[in-house]
Design a protein around this ligand. Sequence first.
Ligand SMILES: C[S@@+](CC[C@H](N)C(=O)[O-])C[C@H]1O[C@@H](n2cnc3c(N)ncnc32)[C@H](O)[C@@H]1O
Length: 146
Amino acid sequence: MRPIGYVRSPYGDPSEVPRGLGATHEAEGALEIRAEFEPGLADIEGFSHLIVLWVFDRVEGFALTAQPPSDTRAHGVFATRSPQRPNPIGLTVVELLGREGAVLRVRGLDMINGTPILDIKPYLSNIPAEHLRRGWLAEAEERARQ
Ligand SMILES: C[S@@+](CC[C@H](N)C(=O)[O-])C[C@H]1O[C@@H](n2cnc3c(N)ncnc32)[C@H](O)[C@@H]1O
């Protein structure tokens, strides 16, 4: 795989991205797509939200368990969003604010400036909220409320 573009983000370092229970991701920035791939953006303006697949390019190695900042307990890496995973691929849903040519202005970034983008897809959630289970995160949120 090769990057289709790069993230322009206000965050310069992973430590600057808000983390933990209650963290919100409102940061605005851009997805700068390489000119050769611009035709692939045709009709993307009609979607309010996009799934961005990207590379955790500032991590080395992985661990099969991770203790997320939102919990005091460790979990299997595939039950978390830890950057240290066997294939360091990140997934972020962003709001599409506008498009200028090959540049998509977006809100909701949790990746740092210069992060390579692997792919973009329209966000189409069709799972009713009442069918979603949030696993250990719901338990961690409940403990934090007590
Ligand atoms: C917990 S991960 C979740 C990322 C994505 N939403 C996901 O679910 O795959 C978010 C963290 O990744 C780190 N991060 C952001 N950009 C990165 C990069 N290019 N390389 C390594 N770590 C990065 C930041 O510390 C940020 O807090």
